[in-house]
Design a binder for this molecule. Structure first.
Ligand SMILES: Cc1cc2nc3c(=O)[nH]c(=O)nc-3n(C[C@H](O)[C@H](O)[C@H](O)COP(=O)(O)O)c2cc1C
Length: 327
């Protein structure tokens, strides 16, 4: 097995989840400032799109990296993993090469996204129904990965829980890490994540003495909850998604609810990083973050409603300034 960051990571560890339209550079820099996870993940990018951009325009990987705002990161974010979705093994191979050149220490294969457009391409969660193709994708990505980490993020089944067969198969593929969201594809993001199934994957791994690192994901609300689930399930690490939105203090281990002043300060900081880094990204992409900060304090609802009306960074700043002058 390769000697990459997955092998050196101190256990137990915590990761921030890949979230399309959410876990961008501004979001990750806020986490860096207020309490970083041990491992960062980018939002998913298309393997076909990456290869097309690099080959069609003749862009070198560095230029492509600047162009692809999605894949921006600062060195302090390392270890950082780029997540890729797709269904063509050769494009996984090429994407892995490009992403390595951009400096990512790990690449993650998306085999869990329930979005219809992604599934229609034979990618995301639809891969759960196509282990033959998954085997080819992993082999191609591995060839490109050389010394970098290779992981795969998936669910406990497609229509039904088929953990034993599906995860059993994945454990045989020699991945550095497996990230398991404790819901089936059919469950989407609703219902409870099944941490007993996640525990079962650890048992499967240990029984067969595989070395693959197992990361559990789904429904973790705070550090206390994450630590309990880690202990109960025996996973090596935990991944947190939605609970981080509007809460960059999550990993700082200070569970207290923040004051309004702290949250409005965070809104302004988030806006500044967004403005500095994104020229192509839409203002709407940052709005969901602003709404999430504006909760849990006196006047938060009114602030949130006003922020939702804003159409630019400037307008959002004005809303915050007006709120500050009133409170
Ligand atoms: C808005 C949003 C976007 C997401 N995008 C991705 C993605 O790009 N890749 C991925 O593997 N999972 C994605 N997910 C799933 C999360 O990574 C995670 O598995 C899921 O939200 C469950 O964890 P949580 O309960 O801690 O949020 C996304 C989830 C949300 C809510």
């Amino acid at each position: 097995m390769n000697n990459n960051f997955w092998q050196n990571i101190k256990k137990p560890f915590f990761c921030s989840a890949p979230m399309y339209g959410v876990s961008d550079e501004a979001f990750r820099r806020m986490l860096l400032k207020y309490g970083r996870p041990d491992i960062f993940f980018t939002e998913m990018v298309s393997a076909d799109g990456l290869v097309y951009m690099a080959e069609k325009t003749g862009m070198d990987s560095k230029q492509a990296g600047v162009f692809l705002e999605t894949l921006r990161f600062v060195p302090e974010e390392r270890p950082i993993v780029a997540q890729v979705f797709g269904s063509r093994p050769e494009n996984f191979y090429k994407s892995v090469l490009l992403l390595r050149q951009m400096g990512f220490g790990g690449i993650d294969i998306n085999a869990g996204c329930p979005d219809k457009n992604i599934e229609k391409q034979g990618a995301g969660a639809s891969l759960i129904k196509n282990p033959g193709l998954v085997k080819e994708i992993i082999a191609a990505a591995k060839e490109g990965a050389a010394g970098s980490g290779l992981s795969l993020k998936t669910r406990i089944g497609h229509d039904a829980k088929e953990t034993e067969d599906w995860i059993g198969f994945l454990l045989e593929q020699g991945l550095d890490a497996l990230i398991i969201h404790g819901r089936t594809r059919s469950q989407g993001f609703g219902g409870k994540a099944d941490w007993l199934m996640i525990k079962k994957t650890v048992e499967l791994r240990d029984k067969a003495s595989f070395r693959t690192i197992i990361v559990g994901n789904g429904g973790l609300t705070d550090m206390k909850d994450a630590k309990n689930k880690l202990e109960e399930s025996g996973v090596d690490g935990a991944m947190i998604g939605r609970a981080l939105i509007g809460n960059p203090w999550f990993f700082s281990d200070q569970a207290k609810e923040r004051e309004g002043a702290e949250k409005t300060k965070a809104i302004l900081e988030h806006l500044a990083i967004f403005e500095e880094n994104f020229k192509i990204k839409n203002f709407d992409d940052v709005k969901k973050h602003l709404a999430a900060y504006a909760s849990g304090f006196l006047g938060a609802k009114e602030l949130r409603m006003e922020l939702m009306k804003a159409k630019s960074v400037e307008e959002a700043r004005k809303v915050v300034a007006e709120f500050g002058s009133k409170s």
